[in-house]
Design a protein around this ligand. Structure first.
Ligand SMILES: NC(=O)c1ccc[n+]([C@@H]2O[C@H](COP(=O)([O-])OP(=O)(O)OC[C@H]3O[C@@H](n4cnc5c(N)ncnc54)[C@H](O)[C@@H]3O)[C@@H](O)[C@H]2O)c1
Ligand SMILES: O=c1ccn([C@@H]2O[C@H](COP(=O)(O)OP(=O)(O)O[C@H]3O[C@H](CO)[C@@H](O)[C@H](O)[C@H]3O)[C@@H](O)[C@H]2O)c(=O)[nH]1
Length: 425
C-alpha cells in the first residue's frame, strides 16, 4: 500500500517507520525542514528505543520525507499526526490539524486519475473535530467529486519510550468511520499486526482516546492520594498497591505513586476533556480532582526536602532525571520543571543530569547547571532528588557518598541500593 503520514514527531515518525516495517511504501510530510532532512539521512530527531535502527533501514528505500505535500496524491491512505497542544483555556489548539487538512485538500485537488484516498485523523482531537473541522477543511480545498475521498479516525495509544514496540504490539486498533470501505482500507494498513480491531463511528473513536487517557490519569492520581494517606500512617504505598492491583478488576498498571503524571498527553487530554464537558454544561468533578492532585503532588517533594535540609537558599540540590519518564528525551510537562522552578524560587542551586534530556530541557530552563553524569551532579550536593525512573539510576549507591550529606529523596520508587541510609520517599 502507499501511505502518507503528515507530521514527523513522536507519533508521525514512529507510525511512518512502523508502516515501512510492515512493508508499505511511506511518504512522510514534515514542515520542519531540519527534521525532514534528518529523517531522510536516517537520523531520528527524537530519541525512541529501536527507532534509529529501523529508520536507517527504511530511509531512502520505502520511506521518504518531504516538506511539501505533493506526494500525498499517490497515497491510498493519509494519516494526520500533527500536534494538538493545549491551548490557554484547556481546549487543544487544533490549528495544525486545520492547516494540515487544508494542505491535504489542496494537494489532492492537483491529482490526476481516479485513485481513492482515505484521510485518517491519528492525532488526538476532541469528539466532533473530524466531522465539523477536518472533513469540511479537506473538501473545501479539494473542491471536486467528494466520492474520491473517504475519512476515518484511528487514535494512537503508543507510550513514549516504548513507542515502536507499542505501535507494533497494540492492545487494540480503533477505527472510526462513516463508510465501511474506508475502515477496511485503514484496517488493511495494519495487516501483519495481531490485535483486536474495534470498529466504531467517528466521534466514538475520538472519545475512546480521551476516555482511555483520562482513566490512566485517574489511576495515577488515585494511587497518589492513597500514597499521601499511607505516608501519614507510615505505610508503604507500593506494598499496598501491589496487592490492590492483583484484583483482576483493578489491574496492576498505573498504580505507581510518586510525583504525578507529566508528558505531552495525559495532562493535556484530561484538561481537554474537562473543557469539553464544561462547554456542554457538565461539571466533571472527578477529572478536576485528578488534575488538582497532580498539580500539588510534585510540590510535596519540596516539603519533604525542606524537612530534611531546612531552608534551600544557597544549597546545592542534585536533580536526577529531567524527561517526563524514562527512555525518552521528551520534557513536555515534566514534573522536573515544576520542581526545579520551585527550587530556584527558593534560592537553591540546581545541578541536573539526565541520560537523554539535558539538551531538550535547555530550551525550558537556562538557569541551572547541566551535568554529564549523575556523579558530577551529586558531587558536593546538599541533597538529591531522583525524578525519573531511568534504569541507570536504579543502581546508584556509592555515588551518593560524593554528596555533602547522603540525603536522597525519590520522586518515584526507583533505587535498588542495599544501603537505604538517607534515602526516603
Ligand atoms: N506523543 C505521544 O506519545 C502521543 C501518543 C498518542 C497520541 N498522541 C497525539 O498525536 C498527536 C501528535 O503528537 P506528537 O507527540 O507526535 O507531536 P509532536 O509535536 O512531537 O510532532 C508533531 C509534528 O508535526 C509537525 N507539523 C505541524 N504542523 C504540520 C503541518 N501542517 N504539516 C506537516 N507537519 C506539521 C511538527 O513540525 C512536528 O514535527 C497529538 O495530537 C498527540 O496528542 C501523542
Ligand atoms: O503508575 C504510573 C504510571 C505513569 N506515571 C507517570 O505518568 C506519566 C505518563 O506516563 P505514560 O502514560 O507511560 O507515558 P505517555 O507516553 O505520556 O503515554 C500516555 O499518553 C499517550 C499519548 O496520548 C498515550 O498514547 C499512552 O497510551 C498513555 O499511556 C509519566 O510522567 C509517568 O512517570 C506515574 O506517575 N505512575
Amino acid at each position: 500500500m502507499k501511505i502518507s503520514v503528515v507530521g514527523g514527531g513522536y507519533v508521525g515518525l514512529v507510525s511512518a517507520v512502523c508502516f515501512a516495517e510492515l512493508g508499505h511504501s511511506v511518504d512522510l510530510i514534515e514542515i520542519d525542514r531540519a527534521k525532514c532532512d534528518a529523517i531522510n539521512a536516517g537520523q531520528p530527531p527524537i530519541y525512541e528505543v529501536g527507532l534509529e535502527e529501523r529508520l536507517s533501514a527504511h530511509a531512502g528505500r520505502n520511506l521518504h520525507a518531504y516538506v511539501e505535500y505533493d506526494h500525498i496524491k499517490y497515497s491510498d491512505i493519509i494519516f494526520i499526526c500533527v500536534g494538538t497542544p493545549q491551548g490557554p483555556d484547556g481546549h487543544p489548539d487544533i490549528s495544525n490539524i486545520i492547516s494540515a487538512s487544508e494542505s491535504i485538500g489542496r494537494a489532492l485537488r492537483d491529482k490526476d486519475g481516479t485513485r481513492y484516498h482515505v484521510v485518517v485523523v491519528k492525532s488526538t482531537v476532541p469528539p466532533g473535530t473530524t466531522e465539523r473541522q477536518v472533513i469540511p477543511s479537506v473538501l473545501r480545498q479539494f473542491g471536486k467529486n467528494n466520492d474520491q475521498i473517504g475519512f476515518a479516525v484511528n487514535p494512537e495509544f503508543l507510550r513514549e519510550g516504548m513507542a515502536v514496540w507499542d505501535f507494533l504490539n497494540p492492545d487494540r486498533i480503533v477505527i472510526g468511520c462513516r463508510k465501511k470501505m474506508d475502515g477496511d482500507l485503514v484496517e488493511a494498513a495494519y495487516s501483519g499486526i495481531n490485535a483486536p480491531v474495534i470498529r466504531t463511528g467517528i466521534m466514538a473513536a475520538e472519545m475512546i482516546k480521551y476516555a482511555s487517557n483520562a482513566f490512566l490519569a485517574t489511576k495515577i492520581s488515585y494511587a497518589n492520594e492513597i500514597g499521601n494517606i499511607c505516608k501519614k500512617l507510615g505505610i508503604d504505598v507500593y506494598e499496598v498497591m501491589r496487592a490492590v492491583g492483583l484484583d483482576r478488576r483493578i489491574g496492576p498498571a498505573f498504580l505507581n505513586a510518586g510525583i504525578g503524571f507529566g508528558g505531552s498527553c495525559l495532562p493535556k487530554d484530561v484538561s481537554a476533556l474537562i473543557a469539553l464537558a464544561e462547554d456542554m454544561g457538565e461539571d466533571p468533578i472527578l477529572l478536576k480532582s485528578v488534575m488538582q492532585i497532580n498539580k500539588l503532588q510534585p510540590l510535596r517533594l519540596i516539603d519533604l526536602l525542606i524537612k530534611r535540609v531546612g531552608h534551600l537558599n544557597g544549597k546545592k540540590i542534585a536533580v536526577l532525571g529531567l524527561s517526563f519518564k524514562e527512555n525518552t528525551d521528551d520534557v513536555r510537562e515534566s514534573r522536573s520543571i515544576v520542581v526545579i522552578k520551585e527550587l530556584i524560587r527558593r534560592g537553591a542551586r540546581v545541578a541536573a543530569y539526565d541520560p537523554k534530556a539535558n539538551q531538550s530541557m535547555k530550551r525550558f530552563l537556562t538557569e541551572i547547571d547541566y551535568c554529564s553524569s549523575a556523579s558530577e551532579a551529586l558531587t558536593g550536593a546538599d541533597a538529591c532528588l531522583v525524578m525519573t525512573e531511568w534504569p541507570e539510576f536504579a543502581h546508584l549507591d556509592k555515588e551518593f557518598d560524593l554528596m555533602k550529606s547522603r540525603i536522597v529523596i525519590e520522586g518515584r520508587r526507583i533505587l535498588s541500593c542495599n544501603d537505604r541510609e538517607g534515602i526516603c520517599w
